[in-house]
Design a protein around this ligand. Structure first.
Ligand code: UD1
Length: 424
């Protein structure tokens, strides 16, 4: 069993550089399949999700080398169009391979994707979007077979700006015949980064960063070398750790321009922030102000991926806060673990009311999902006494060396990677 052990109650002081973005890198790795050549991505974090994606690409015949944060992928000759069940089921982003693989090979077999237990996570929007481009599906149990003799550009209207569905349709459309227009596209920074990369590879995409993407299919893509942006969710996690613990920290390689909503919340909690270029300095007295109401929204709204961390931080305020979760219904499970540490949180459907009493105490808790696990780390760092967090493989899926980063800020934290180390 992998775990983290934290002796809490310390202020955090120091500086650290923010890792590359998980959610940007994973679809970029899928995009490498579209290039019959070599694609290089720099600033790739060494996390379990990246390791799993490497295994999937390898199984398809793509040769992958990972060295010092640089991924070199050679997809000149693919040997299979079927994702291995063992890896496809382990991560949500395996579904992203579908659009890319059908775009490249005209066929793909995958399995219903796994990932965090934060809600239902259907894939109907992916499927409907790809169908518009001419993909036909055969689904048996969790096995999904997709085929398209020829992909043809079309109009795709997304009823909800799903990040994954937008990415999947973009990936399928870049090599399709004619023009694809995605209306109601998600505008998340990770989609902007994916489109930038695809453009560098020769794809024609207009409207990047807006809710309407226009993609004119091209015959082939070319080799490219790109660098992944910093991880806005990891950066927000560390900022909130400082908000809860008190102290002063400088984060470098932070994607500040992508973090408006999270930085705004930090200010509402009374933290002082100074940013210049990709650096953010945060100062906190360790007594965050309550936030009467906030809700999660698609970008540029407050991200669902930072909701759990905010909930943990608000436990250290004095007063009432409330958070409405509008994206993933299961994300309030973290409250059950925070309650073991003395938190007073009432959940009513999609609303969480946090009665902050200014402190929590250490406890034995369990990471139930990636961001919920990160929230428990924040709680453990700021709480009095020792916190032991079990099932940390969820946290290691997305945070590269979270204990090393936090020790740089003076935290007393120890990691045991257990089985997670064997999976990498
Ligand atoms: C991505 C991110 C995840 C983040 C989420 C929302 C990656 C690897 N993961 O996940 O960290 O929390 O965006 O910002 O980038 N939905 C459907 N049908 C679908 C697809 C989605 O109903 O076919 C619903 C989901 O159940 C959810 C909402 O749409 O309620 C958002 O999901 P989506 O934006 O697709 O998230 P992911 O791409 O899975």
């Amino acid at each position: 069993m992998s775990f983290l052990e934290i002796n809490g109650g310390r202020n955090l002081y120091g500086s650290l550089s923010v890792q590359g973005s998980k959610n940007a890198v994973l679809p970029m790795m899928a995009a490498a399949l579209l290039n019959k050549g070599i694609t290089v991505i720099q600033n790739v974090p060494y996390i379990l999700d990246v390791c799993h994606m490497i295994k999937i690409l390898n199984a398809l015949g793509c040769r992958v080398k990972y060295e010092n944060g640089t991924l070199t992928m050679d997809a000149s000759c693919l040997t299979s169009h079927e994702l291995p069940w063992a890896w496809a089921g382990k991560m949500r982003s395996s579904i992203m391979i579908l659009g890319a693989l059908v775009g490249r090979c005209g066929e793909a077999v995958t399995y219903y994707p796994g990932g965090c237990s934060i809600g239902a996570r259907p894939i109907d929007l992916h499927v409907e979007g790809l169908k518009k481009l001419g993909v036909t599906f055969d689904v048996e149990g969790d096995r999904i077979e997709a085929r398209a003799a020829r992909l043809v550009g079309a109009c795709v209207d997304l009823p909800f700006p799903s990040v994954g569905a937008t990415e999947n349709v973009v990936l399928a459309a870049v090599l399709a015949d004619g023009e694809t227009c995605i209306r109601g596209a998600a505008r998340e920074p990770e989609i902007v980064e994916l489109c930038r990369m695809l453009r560098q590879m020769g794809a024609c995409i207009d409207g990047v960063g807006s809710g309407i993407l226009r993609i004119r299919g091209v015959k082939r893509l070319r080799d490219c070398c790109v660098s992944a942006c910093g991880d806005r969710i990891v950066a927000a996690t560390y900022l909130m750790a400082v908000a809860a613990c008190g102290g002063e920290a400088m984060l470098t390689e932070t994607p500040v321009s992508y973090m408006g909503a999270s930085l705004d919340v930090m200010r509402r909690m009374g933290c002082r922030l100074k940013s210049e270029g990709d650096r953010v300095l945060v100062l906190s007295d360790g007594e965050p102000s309550p936030i009467p109401f906030i809700r999660t929204e698609p970008y540029p709204g407050f991200p669902t991926d930072v909701q759990s961390q905010l909930m943990a931080t608000l436990c250290f305020s004095r007063g009432n806060s409330s958070i409405q979760e509008t994206i993933f219904e299961g994300r309030f499970n973290t409250a059950l673990e925070l309650k073991k540490m003395g938190a007073d949180i009432i959940i009513d459907n999609r609303l969480a009311v946090i009665h902050g009493a200014g402190n929590l105490h250490g406890a034995l808790v369990e990471a139930r999902d990636l961001r919920g696990g990160a929230a428990l780390v924040i709680a453990g760092l700021a709480a009095e006494g020792k916190t032991h967090i079990d099932s940390c493989c969820h946290i290691f899926r997305g945070y590269a060396g979270i204990e090393t980063d936090l020790r740089q800020l003076g935290a007393d934290i120890r990691a045991d990677y257990g089985q997670a180390a064997q999976q990498a």
